[in-house]
Design a protein around this ligand. Sequence first.
Ligand SMILES: [Cu+2]
Length: 244
Amino acid sequence: MHKLGMTGLSITSSLLGFIASLLPVNSYAKEIVDPAAGFDKLWHEVMIDITIIGVIFGLIMIYFMFKYRRRNENDEGSQQQMSHLSSVGWAVIPVFMFLADDLYMAANGWQLYNDYRNVPEDAFEVKLEAAMWTWDYTYPNGAKTYNDLRVPAGRPIVLRMTSRDTLHSHYIPDFRIKEDSMPGRVTYIWFYPKEPGEHVVTCAEYCGMLHSKMYGKVTVMAEDDFNAWYMAEGNKSEQNLASN
Ligand SMILES: [Cu+2]
């Protein structure tokens, strides 16, 4: 009796361990898995799959249109007799074929979502306050920028976001990230800029009259350039604090 109870307990605990391993409990990941690459991979897979499926269905439809076309005015259709088994087979087998592909995509999507939620450990954190109609960024040393998010190349960046007024959505198409910012709540997104360059930031949540004007940029700078800029801006913000 006692022994059975212990076995039951260990099965339960290993089952719980397995379920826990599926959950995104670890919000800080050690290795960097760039979700932008995963997004593109999954996007291309979906495109390839729906193209293949679309072509197969299209060809079958065209074949049937010709094979079963009306040949003259008096042509009347005849009902094809099908066995019970083959009618069930024709319904069930294709459904499972496409369902298998769906489930495969869903599993990959689940994994990708976890990559988006797991911020790498050494990510550089910038605070973002959105407002009608501006993006205000604050850096760890007190430096501030407006509508220009400056970041070093080669380091993951995490944005901790909120809003002063209404819902906005911080969207950087090049890095495949989009997340709402809202009053009274802190949301986050992270991305991994690798090369210096400029990228568009735009608002993806209708937020009033000048929503369409709510755009800015990400300026990815070489590490040394960024450090120089960052130190200078930090000193400025210290002077401002001292003079106030
Ligand atoms: Cu907005």
